[in-house]
Design a protein around this ligand. Sequence first.
Ligand code: ZN
Length: 301
Amino acid sequence: MPETAIISEVAPRDGIQSINPASPVSTDAKIALIQACYDAGLRRMEVGSFVSPKAIPQMAQTEIVLAACKQMPGLESTVLVPNRRGFDAAIEHGADRLGFFMSATAGHNKANLNRTREESFDELAKLVRDTPKGTLIRFNLSCVFHCPFDGVVSEAEVMPWIERIVALDPDMEIALADTTGNASPDQVGRIFRHAIGKWGGRFAFHGHDTYGMGVANVSAAWEAGCRVFDSAAGGIGGCPFAPGATGNVATEDVAWMFARMGVQTGVDWPRLLVAADMAAGIPGAVPGGRMRAVPAARLAA
Ligand code: ZN
C-alpha cells in the first residue's frame, strides 16, 4: 500500500494575505484560485481569515469565499480566526476547520499579535474549549524553529509550549510552523520526532521557502512521521510581521517530491500546474518554487 501525504493548500490565505493591499485581490479571483486548486485534486485548503478588513484588506469577504467553497464537494475549508469575533463569524458561516495561531517566541507574538504568549494562549484555550463538536481545529504555532526577532529557537523554549497546546484537546491538529523559512532540516526532524514520539501523529508542518530549504524541511518532517503539510500553489506567500519572509513552500514542489518518493497526494499534476501558474500570475504576488520553471517537469504534464 502506498503511503499518503495530506497537502493543505494555503495560497488562498497565507499567499494572498501577503500581497500588498495596493494590489487588491478580488473575491472572484480568490474563488477562481480555490476552484483551480480543487480541480487539481486538493481537498484541504486554508481559504481565508475572519479578520477586520480594515486590518487586512486582502481577507475581506471571507464569508463569500467560504460560501463558494461549500459548493465544492469534499473540500475541507479552514479559516483563520484571530479572536472571539472571528470565531463567531467562522462558525456562523460554516467553516469546516478553525485555524488558531500564536507564536512560540515572545518577540514574534508581540509583533504579530501585540500581546504576550500567555495572553494569546489563554484566549485560544477558551476558543478551543468553546468549539462546537463537529468543527475541526488546526492550532498553528508560529516560529517554532526560528524567529525574526529572537533568532534560532531552542527545543527547551518550544517543547513546553507544544506540551501545553497538546493538553488543550486530545484530537486537534497542531501545526509546527517555520514562519521565516530559516529552519534547518535536522532541526525540523528532531522536533517532529520528539513531538510525535511523545504526543502521537497529530502534527502538521507549515513551511516557507525563504532560504531555499522548504522542500528539504518537508522531507525531514515526513521522515520524522509528519503526514500533513501546508504549501502554496506557485509558492506565493509571506508574512508581513516576519521581515524578509517570502513564500510558502510551493505545492507543486512538494507534490513533485512526494510523487518521486511514491507517496500519494491525490494531486493531478497538469491541473496543479494550471493552479500554480494562476497563483503566480495574481498581480502583486511574489511567486516562488522550482517546478513551474523546469521544462521536463512541465512536459510531464
Ligand atoms: Zn506562513
